[in-house]
Write a protein that binds this ligand. Structure first.
Ligand SMILES: Cc1cc2nc3c(=O)[nH]c(=O)nc-3n(C[C@H](O)[C@H](O)[C@H](O)COP(=O)(O)OP(=O)(O)OC[C@H]3O[C@@H](n4cnc5c(N)ncnc54)[C@H](O)[C@@H]3O)c2cc1C
Length: 411
C-alpha cells in the first residue's frame, strides 16, 4: 500500500468498482506503470456487467449524437483489446434486425453506412435455422458480442499483471483536504490516494453527492434470459420481436428483453417463457431449447443519455465514469480515462461527456446542492490503513455491502 499522510502527495490511482468500466480503466492505467488499487465491494462484474447482453455495435441513441465518435470507435477499440490481451475474445457475428410486421426494419437510429439491407435469401444464408424469414433485414456485419464476465476478469488479471491490487471492500466516501481528494474512506479503513476514479455504476451518485452536486443516473432494469441450445442454432445477433438474441459460449444462448411490469420471480419467469416461446417457434430445432435462468440487471444510465466521464469540477482528484452502453464503450473510455488521469490531458472525444454539464446548469436540469460544510471531511473516523482482502474472481456474491447497501444489479 502506498503510504502517505493526509495532504502529502500520493501517486496511487484508486478505481472504485470492478465492473467492466472500472476494470478497463484499471488495466489501462496500470499498463502505464502508475500504481493502481481497485476497490470492489463484491467481485468483478458483480453489477450490471454480470447481467449484460454485451452487444458491441449498437449505440442505441443514434449515429449523430454527441457520443457518436465514442460509439463509432468502439468496435475498433475492441479489436485493439483483443490484440493486446489474448484472453479477451469478441464473437464478431454481425447483427440482423427486422420487424415482425414487415415494416421498415429497425436501425436503432444507427447510420446505415456500415450496414446492408438483406433480402430473404441472404438472411437465410446467415441464419439457416430460421423457420420464417423476414422479407428484409438490416445487417451490420461488423457487430459482435463478448462474455462480459470473462472480459472483466481478463482485464482485472491484466491490471494485476501490471502491478494493480484489487481489494474487496466498500468505498464509503472521499476524504478531502484543501479542495483535493486525499483518499477514500472504506469499510476497511482509510486508503490514501492520488486521483480516485469512481466507476461504481449506480453507486457513483451517492459517492459524489457529498461533493455538492446530485448526479442524475437512472437505474434502468432489463431482463437477461439464458438458455441451453444446440450449438450454432443462432449464428448472428438478432434483434426482433422486442428482444435481442445471440449465442454465447458452447451451447449457451442469451436473450435480452425489456423489463415489463415488475421484477418479481413471476414476472421474470414470464419474460423467460416469452423468449423461449419465440425461440421455439422461430427456429428449426427450437423445441430443444431449454431455459436455464432469468435475471434482472439494473443499468446505470445518465438521465440525458450521455456518458458522464471526467474530473469532478469542484474537487481536484475526483474523476467519474458512468455510462450506457458500458460494455461497448469500456475499451475506448478506459483508454481515454487512463490518458487523462496519467498525463493530465483532455481528450476531445470526451468533451461532450463532462460532469460539468450538471454543475454549471447549462442543461438546466440539476439543482446544485449547497455543500454546507465546504471542505467537510466526509465519513471521517477510519484509521490510516486498509485491511487488505484480495478479491478472487470466483468469490460468491456478497449480498450486502459493509455499508448496508443492497448489491447493485439485484432487483
Ligand atoms: C440485460 C442487460 C443488457 C445489456 N445489454 C448491453 C449491451 O448489449 N451492450 C452494452 O454495451 N451494454 C449493455 N448493458 C449495459 C452494460 O451492462 C452496462 O452499461 C455496464 O455493465 C456498466 O458497467 P459498469 O462497470 O459501469 O457498472 P457495473 O457493472 O454495475 O459495475 C459497478 C461495480 O462497482 C461495484 N461497486 C458499487 N459501489 C461500490 C462501492 N461503494 N465500493 C466498491 N465497489 C462498488 C459493484 O459491486 C460493481 O461490481 C446491458 C445491461 C443489462 C442489465
Amino acid at each position: 500500500m502506498a503510504a502517505g499522510a493526509e495532504g502529502t502527495h500520493v501517486q496511487q490511482v484508486v478505481v472504485v468498482g470492478a465492473g467492466i468500466v472500472g476494470a478497463s480503466v484499471a488495466f489501462h492505467v496500470a499498463r502505464t506503470g502508475r500504481a493502481v488499487t481497485v476497490l470492489e465491494r463484491a467481485r468483478p462484474a458483480a453489477g450490471a456487467t454480470g447481467k449484460s447482453f454485451a452487444w458491441i455495435g449498437n449505440d442505441g441513441d443514434g449515429s449523430d449524437g454527441p457520443a457518436a465518435a465514442l460509439n463509432d470507435a468502439a468496435p475498433g477499440e475492441w479489436h485493439r483489446l483483443e490484440a493486446e490481451l489474448t484472453d479477451v475474445r469478441v464473437r464478431w457475428s454481425g447483427s440482423l434486425s427486422w420487424t415482425d410486421d414487415g415494416s421498415q426494419p429497425r436501425t436503432f437510429g444507427r447510420s446505415l453506412e456500415r450496414a446492408r439491407v438483406l433480402h430473404r435469401s441472404e438472411v437465410a444464408a446467415l441464419e439457416p435455422n430460421l423457420r420464417t424469414l423476414p422479407e428484409q433485414a438490416i445487417h451490420f456485419p461488423g457487430d459482435g458480442a463478448v462474455d462480459p464476465v470473462a472480459v472483466t476478469r481478463a482485464l482485472v488479471r491484466a491490471a494485476r499483471a501490471h502491478g494493480a491490487r484489487v481489494i474487496r471492500t466498500t468505498a464509503i466516501a472521499l476524504r478531502r483536504h484543501d479542495g483535493r481528494v486525499t483518499g477514500v474512506e472504506t469499510a476497511a479503513g482509510f486508503l490514501p490516494s492520488g486521483d480516485v476514479v469512481l466507476a461504481a455504476g449506480l453507486d457513483v451518485p451517492a459517492l459524489v453527492s457529498p461533493l455538492g452536486v446530485e448526479l442524475p443516473v437512472s437505474a434502468s432494469p432489463a431482463v437477461l434470459a439464458r438458455f441451453r441450445a444446440s450449438e450454432n442454432l443462432v449464428r448472428t445477433l438478432i434483434a426482433t420481436s422486442g428482444m435481442e438474441v445471440r449465442s454465447g459460449e458452447g451451447s449457451a444462448l442469451l436473450a435480452a428483453l425489456a423489463c415489463e411490469g415488475g421484477a418479481t420471480a413471476e414476472d421474470l419467469e414470464a419474460s423467460g417463457r416469452r423468449a423461449l416461446a419465440w425461440l421455439t417457434s422461430a427456429f428449426h430445432g427450437g423445441d430443444e431449447v431449454a431455459l436455464t435462468s432469468v435475471d434482472v440487471g439494473v443499468r446505470p444510465i445518465p438521465v440525458d443519455g450521455l456518458p458522464v466521464v471526467g474530473r469532478w469540477p469542484t474537487v481536484a482528484g475526483a474523476y467519474v465514469v458512468v455510462m450506457h452502453p458500458g460494455v461497448q464503450l469500456a475499451p475506448v473510455v478506459g483508454r481515454l480515462v487512463a490518458e487523462e488521469v496519467v498525463h493530465g490531458t483532455d481528450a476531445v472525444e470526451l468533451e461532450d461527456c463532462r460532469p460539468a454539464r450538471f454543475t454549471t446548469g447549462d442543461r438546466g436540469r440539476l439543482p446544485v446542492r449547497a455543500s454546507g460544510a465546504g471542505e467537510a471531511q466526509v465519513g471521517e473516523g477510519g484509521g490510516d490503513g486498509v485491511v487488505v482482502q484480495q478479491v478472487e474472481d470466483q468469490e460468491p456474491v456478497q449480498q450486502h455491502s459493509a455499508a448496508g447497501q443492497p448489491e447493485v444489479g439485484k432487483p
